[in-house]
Write a protein that binds this ligand. Sequence first.
Ligand SMILES: [Zn+2]
Length: 196
Amino acid sequence: MLNMVPGEPHSKAVQRMKILLVISGILLVVQGCPPIIKHSEWTTRASSCTQSLSTSLKYAVIHHTDGNPCFNISACKRQLQNIQHYHMDKRGWCDIGYNFLIGEDGNIYEGRGWTKMGAHTRGYNDVSLGISIMGNFTSVVPNSKALNAAQSLIQCSASRGYLSSVYILKGHRQLRPTNCPGNALYQVIQTWPRWG
Ligand SMILES: [Zn+2]
């Protein structure tokens, strides 16, 4: 389907089409997945996790950290470091427990990421992606920046095949006896696609 400009040589039209394909490919990637702040960008403590996580996971599990909220990147990084130290030093884990964390600065932070099994929902870590919004959302909801980031991460995870195309969205409390992710946030996620 070459859109020839009259008088334009065929090779030039092919060249033009190749450039358009590259640009649309880049746009697709940008639309499909939000930027994610890498593990190495917020901590100097390397992960020692070895258990890998399979793809096409059945569940996306939403958590709150039940700690302080953060509204800018430096406060969020400090918060992430505190959680990582707690999980590694006090609980003896190989890294921060969640696969991803989200701040009310609107950023998504890589925890164990898509390829390493998390430690967030006992009995379900090998079949789920654990996404935690930083703060306590018992009586307040996360701001729209954080909620949008969480939804966009879930969509991206499904579009890249890390989550099954028929994944089920859960709040932590649906799988374990806990108040997590807080009453207010739990109300919100029940309105999201594929909650059940
Ligand atoms: Zn939780």
